[in-house]
Design a protein around this ligand. Structure first.
Ligand SMILES: Cc1cc2nc3c(=O)[nH]c(=O)nc-3n(C[C@H](O)[C@H](O)[C@H](O)COP(=O)(O)OP(=O)(O)OC[C@H]3O[C@@H](n4cnc5c(N)ncnc54)[C@H](O)[C@@H]3O)c2cc1C
Length: 393
């Protein structure tokens, strides 16, 4: 037996699972196909919730040193804009810095990392999972955690792909220099040709920014993400204001997102999927790092209980799926509701118009649209008054 648990993929979800498992004494092997400095196509934005989860993993010092974000600047389809603020700060951290910091925490807790080890497929025999890598290596353990992101081949190799559901969204981003944008606000722009979806300018230090577009994918029509990205950079609400003197400093990259706990079977036969592999990103805005960190911890808890009690693996899988539903069911339902609202220009125009008048309403609406608060919050008399036709005009 090589280990108690093999974790495949050392992004946020895999590192979280490895950290919580190793900290409680499990022997953990963490397999990562990329080498040091691997890039992940991401917006690099950490919400207040992500920051709190990172602190719980012992990264308080790291969180104190990163680029602070206080809220967002939102452009409506008609060009109106409003500022909103979060109760706690978020941050911007490039993934080439975040992921190594998370890997270090997992290693510090006792996990063993193998880089250049690409998982290809696995098989099960009595009481074991055997993991095979592309280089011909094999590893055996009592449980495996699949944390390989959106990679459909890896999900298929683990027998967890639900082929009926594809990615919920796609995003394309590049880094820019010489960007003139607010230093402490992330920018969301709902230009009409980006709906249902949005563009963003997320500020980094020294006039650099992560600039991108995201598009929801309902299976209808071509997304033409490249065209949307080029138009957003050249001709949008933000292009003249923020990118007039900017220079693209990296190639633009596109990546898929699995959202709303869809597209994967979650867990079966001693294998548990976490993060994007289980569709833990929020459908409304594509935020996936908090879901990755939380599902990693939930999988670790289910596996630890299985190791401790020697329970039937089917029971462990059921316990994990239950924990996923309990933790994310409501949030994903709200976020699907929000995703529909965010596709309507009329709603967005009113939303921003009302938010400009009433800061509290703006902040509350943004939390609802991110799926973090219940839409019921918008039904309070004060909010309804703010949203009534005639107000804010
Ligand atoms: C364009 C875009 C912008 C986004 N912006 C944000 C944002 O601003 N904030 C936010 O919170 N979320 C954002 N997300 C979502 C976020 O990036 C993901 O939800 C998050 O990275 C999921 O973490 P993960 O660990 O599950 O997967 P990943 O981060 O994808 O990590 C998977 C790891 O597995 C490795 N791997 C893959 N296949 C194999 C294999 N076969 N064998 C071994 N290792 C393998 C990969 O190299 C990688 O290290 C964005 C997503 C996209 C596409």
């Amino acid at each position: 037996m090589d280990a108690d648990v093999i974790v495949m993929g050392a992004g946020p979800a895999g590192c979280s699972a490895a950290y919580y498992l190793a900290r409680r004494g499990a022997a953990v092997r963490l397999l990562e196909r990329g080498g040091p400095g691997r890039e992940k196509t991401c917006g690099d934005a950490l919400s207040p919730e992500a920051m709190s989860l990172l602190r719980q993993m012992g990264l308080a010092e790291f969180c104190a040193a990163v680029h602070r974000i206080d809220g967002s600047l939102v452009f409506a389809p008609n060009g109106d804009c409003m500022e909103t603020f979060t109760p706690e700060p978020g941050a911007m951290v490039e993934r080439r810095y975040l992921d190594p910091a998370l890997q270090e925490q997992a290693l510090g807790a006792g996990a063993r990392l193998e880089t250049g080890a690409a998982f290809r497929r696995l098989c099960r025999s009595e009481g074991r999972v055997h993991v095979e890598t592309a280089g011909g290596g094999t590893f055996a353990a009592r449980y495996a955690v699949l944390a390989t992101g959106c990679n459909a081949a890896a999900l298929r190799g683990a027998g967890l792909l639900d082929g009926r559901v594809g990615p919920g969204a796609f995003g394309r981003r590049a880094y820019f220099e010489g960007v003139e944008c607010p230093e402490r606000l992330i920018v969301h722009s709902f230009d009409p040709y980006l709906l249902p979806g949005y563009g963003w300018v997320f500020p980094l230090d020294g006039g650099r920014a992560n600039v991108g577009v995201a598009a929801h994918c309902d299976g209808a029509g071509r997304l033409d993400l490249k065209g949307r990205f080029e138009r957003f950079v050249a001709d949008s609400f933000i292009s003249e204001k923020m990118l007039a003197r900017a220079r693209q400093a990296s190639p633009a990259r596109t990546a898929p997102l699995r959202t709303g706990l869809r597209g994967s079977r979650g867990a079966a036969h001693r294998v548990l999927a976490v993060g994007d592999a289980v569709g833990a990103a929020v459908p409304s805005n594509g935020e996936g790092i908090p879901g990755a960190l939380i599902t990693g911890r939930l999988a670790a808890e289910a596996v630890l209980e299985g190791l401790r009690t020697g329970a039937d693996p089917a029971r462990v899988a059921r316990a994990y799926r239950r924990a996923l539903r309990r933790t994310f069911g409501r949030r994903m339902r709200r976020a699907r509701w929000a995703r529909r609202a965010l596709g309507h220009p009329g709603f967005l125009n009113r939303f921003v118009r009302c938010g400009r008048r009433d800061r509290l309403l703006a902040d509350r609406m943004c939390w609802v649209l991110a799926g973090v608060r219940s839409p019921v919050q918008l039904l309070s008399p004060a909010c309804l008054k703010g949203m009534l036709p005639g107000t804010g005009d």
